[in-house]
Design a protein. Structure first.
Ligand code: ADP
Length: 288
């Protein structure tokens, strides 16, 4: 444990990748930094089995642009658990111009995956910080993205449920290209108006743009990896590297498939119904 804490401190002060690589080859998944940072790590695993005894530990899967961040953050507010998006952790690291930033920029801007070691170190630091602040439970978005990451996660904690959001590929590309972020408040918006006719057995789909308020309008930026070429590359990498993660959880009986029927007004109530959370939303609205 103390050795892992030292490793986390080393990660924070700089030499993360090489140290992590050396240590992780020698350590079993249960001894990795992730194990140390998980609030419900191995030692407590057996006594916190069901979601009734602790806050939820969910994972959101889905292709780039499908809306993992949108629905995971809504659910995190509803359930009072942190929404932890590894893509955000990577972007924070990029913006910090720390020692990893140059290395990460090259990988991320080509749409490639960051190494498991780096991503696990970023996630471990985030979980440890949350634990110190009394956070409990989580909704993970963008992790795990490889079967190896899923196996490591499995070695350190119990995931209750995995929601797999699905949308047709032509719509995913349009949504990524329409995505904008306010450089000041950090909120996500989407300028694309998706209006696709039903054909070849696929239903029609309409998604209204998610427009920013006036004060954000002049501060909108586009993610460097949201160009058409990079989006198509990310989709290919998702199919090759991340789709097998769906099978990993399907075999465990934890995968909940959710085909998005449209934009937030149609999809959110349907998702709540499938998750059996309609009452929770009503209670929250009633007490707001
Ligand atoms: P997307 O819109 O493609 O789902 P994210 O915001 O989740 O994008 O992630 C942005 C980038 O951060 C990814 O393209 C990848 O380079 C990196 N990244 C995020 N999560 C992971 C992960 N679990 N493993 C490896 N790389 C990751």
């Amino acid at each position: 444990m103390a050795a892992v804490q030292r490793l986390l401190r080393t990660a924070a002060s700089g030499g993360a990748a090489s140290v992590a690589r050396r240590r992780m080859t020698a350590l079993a998944p249960e001894q990795t930094p992730l194990a140390a940072a998980f609030p419900f790590a191995v030692a407590e695993r057996s006594r916190r089995r069901t979601a009734g005894e602790r806050n939820v530990q969910w994972v959101f899967l889905g292709c780039p642009g499908v809306g993992k961040g949108t629905y995971a953050s809504r659910l995190s507010r509803l359930l009072g658990v942190p929404h932890i998006a590894t893509g955000d952790l990577v972007r924070d690291e990029l913006a910090s111009s720390g020692p990893l930033a140059v290395q990460l920029a090259e990988i991320v801007n080509q749409g490639k995956l960051v190494s498991d070691e780096i991503i696990i170190n970023l996630l471990s630091k985030r979980l440890k910080k949350g634990e110190e602040q009394g956070e409990s439970g989580f909704i993970l978005d963008g992790f795990p993205r490889t079967v190896k990451q899923a196996e490591i996660l499995d070695g350190v904690t119990d995931i209750d449920m995995v929601v797999n959001l699905k949308l047709r590929e032509d719509v995913l590309v349009e949504k990524c290209l329409g995505r904008r972020i306010c450089s000041q408040c950090g909120k996500n918006f989407n300028l694309a108006c998706i209006d696709v006719k039903g054909e070849n057995g696929l239903p029609p789909i309409y998604m209204a743009p998610l427009l920013p308020p006036n004060n954000c309008m002049s501060k909108l930026i586009t993610r460097a990896d949201d160009t058409e070429e990079v989006v198509r590359n990310r989709l290919q990498i998702y199919n090759d590297m991340s789709q097998p993660v769906e099978g990993f959880y399907q075999k465990q009986g934890k995968l909940l498939e959710f085909d998005l029927p449209g934009g937030i007004p149609e999809s959110w109530p349907k998702l709540l119904r499938i998750l059996n959370l309609e009452d929770q939303e009503e209670m929250k609205l009633a007490t707001a």
